[in-house]
Design a binder for this molecule. Structure first.
Ligand code: FAD
Length: 448
């Protein structure tokens, strides 16, 4: 017998199981790998396997949002951070790990915990009792079908067509201007970056010549969504295809010339705070370095800072802002919580962080307590806020943690100072919330 069922022993499920077990609850942790099944990206049977890079990214908690998230997770006794620290390899200011040592360490810790039973089994239907679903971007198709039915989605596994997202403060508004085409809506819904003919032709050629990433073998048979054709594929169709498509200049009056531009790049607001803007129609398979190089040739984006670069890959996630409540429960079936990348966060650490929160929320609920979500000023709170409400449900896309998800710092400040202001403010906000929680695992020491 057990108190709660955690499905999926990846980054999120392992962390959730640990938090629950340390709160005294009996956990059944079902992981299909190590049995008869696997996913197209995993190689072994250990829990919390890192499918690609061995990096947890920056460990700098004063000027980097993911570094701050590391620090907050350590304060909450994260098993992923504990084992990451033990198995760290030299990587400058980043935290990178020996991948086998790390996953082996997480597996051993969970296997040794008296409150956790690891079962190597694939779950094909959603359970009736309390559960956390943490089956990740490569959720087994049978369960994905059940999740689709419960959430009303036609499909869950599809190509994520990701357009790059830019920090608003890095856009040059001496060149770009706010206006909706034909002044529709508020009249100022988009940021427009104008191009003359020469600039457009050079840009068009750069898209065609830019280096692209290849599809992986197992991605080749996944369907495209309509309307998510990569920008470089559109460019290849003809020199004017983009200029008559997403880059058309009609109905937009450049305040510097009083005329419609030859072509335009439009950005649309991406979060409620208005700090992040996505480049409309610019989903792409260009390599990251190429995107930065080519997109910074767009007038007004010469100094663009990207919160996320574009991409196109297979993914599985639900429309969390619409479907989940603020403690990650499925509104239509509140005994089920979701955690990890399937909620629409992106990255090992973000997935583990949402697993940590799901575990804490579930542990509190099962012991008759309620806890408030973490303050939005913290990295945990900002990431959770993005998932459970602040993002637009219609255009919801997975996202790494970044300062654009935090409430803005009022007034004008230098960029370097602002990062420290974000992290200082988070460090002030976190302890009060931690003190309000029922007991969990002891904190993991912060590295010197
Ligand atoms: P996972 O870690 O994938 O865990 C889900 C687990 O659920 C798996 O162990 C799976 O076997 C199991 N499972 C699935 N269905 C069932 C079922 N029906 N029953 C039982 N068990 C099931 N992020 C980064 O930060 N850096 C990277 O380099 C990176 N590279 C990536 C490369 C690829 C190819 C992909 C797909 C993603 C990558 N990500 C990367 C993004 C993402 O953060 C990771 O995939 C991360 O592991 C997600 O954590 P998770 O716990 O949500 O899912």
């Amino acid at each position: 017998t057990y108190d709660i069922h955690v499905i999926g022993g990846g980054l999120a499920g392992s962390e959730a199981a640990w938090q629950l077990a340390e709160a005294g609850l009996k956990v059944r942790l079902s992981e299909m790998r190590g049995g008869a099944d696997t996913t197209p990206a995993h190689h072994g049977g250990d829990l919390a396997e890192l499918v690609c890079s061995n990096s947890f990214r920056s460990d700098d908690a004063t000027s980097n949002a993911v570094g701050l998230l590391h620090q907050e997770m350590r304060a909450l006794g994260s098993i992923i951070m504990a084992k990451g620290d033990v198995h760290a390899v030299p990587a400058g200011s980043a935290l990178a790990v020996d991948r086998d040592g790390f996953s082996g360490g997480v597996t051993a810790a969970l296997a040794a915990h008296p409150n956790i039973t690891i079962v190597r089994e694939r779950i094909d239907t959603l359970p009736d009792g309390p559960a956390i679903i943490a089956t990740g971007p490569l959720t087994a198709p049978s369960l994905a079908g059940g999740i689709g039915a419960a959430t009303g989605a036609e499909a869950l596994a599809f190509f994520d067509a990701i357009a790059p997202i830019v920090h608003r403060e890095s856009i040059d508004l001496e060149v770009a201007w706010f206006q909706s085409r034909w002044n529709k809506g508020t009249g100022k819904d988009y940021i427009n970056c104008p191009m003359n003919k020469d600039q457009y032709l050079a840009f068009h050629q750069a898209l065609i010549d830019g280096e692209k990433t290849e599809f992986r073998e197992w991605e080749k048979d996944t369907p495209y969504f309509d309307g998510c054709m990569p920008v470089e594929v559109m460019a290849e169709r003809g020199v004017d295809t983009l200029r008559f498509g997403p880059m058309k200049g009609v109905g937009l009056d450049d305040p510097r010339t009083g005329r419609w531009p030859y072509a335009v790049v439009q950005l649309r607001q991406d979060n409620a705070a208005g700090t992040l803007w996505n480049i409309v129609g610019f989903q792409t398979k260009l390599k990251y370095a190429e995107q930065i190089r080519i997109f910074r040739t767009i007038p007004g984006l010469e100094k663009a800072e990207f919160a996320r670069l574009g991409g196109l890959h297979r993914n599985t996630f639900i429309r969390s802002p619409e479907l989940l409540d603020t403690t990650l429960r499925l509104k239509s079936r509140p005994n089920l919580r979701f955690a990890g990348q399937i909620t629409g966060c992106e990255g090992y650490i973000e997935s583990a962080a949402i697993g940590l929160l799901a575990g804490r929320f579930a542990a509190a609920e099962l012991t008759g307590k309620t806890i408030a979500p973490p303050p939005v000023e913290t990295a945990l709170g900002a990431l959770l806020g993005h998932i459970t409400g602040l993002a637009e449900a219609e255009t919801y896309q997975p996202m790494n943690v970044n300062f654009g998800l935090f409430p803005p710092i009022p007034g004008r400040t230098k960029k370097a100072d602002r990062k420290k202001m974000y992290t200082d403010r988070a460090r002030e906000a976190l302890p009060g919330w931690i003190n309000s929680l029922p007991p969990g695992p002891p904190p993991v020491p912060q590295p010197a």
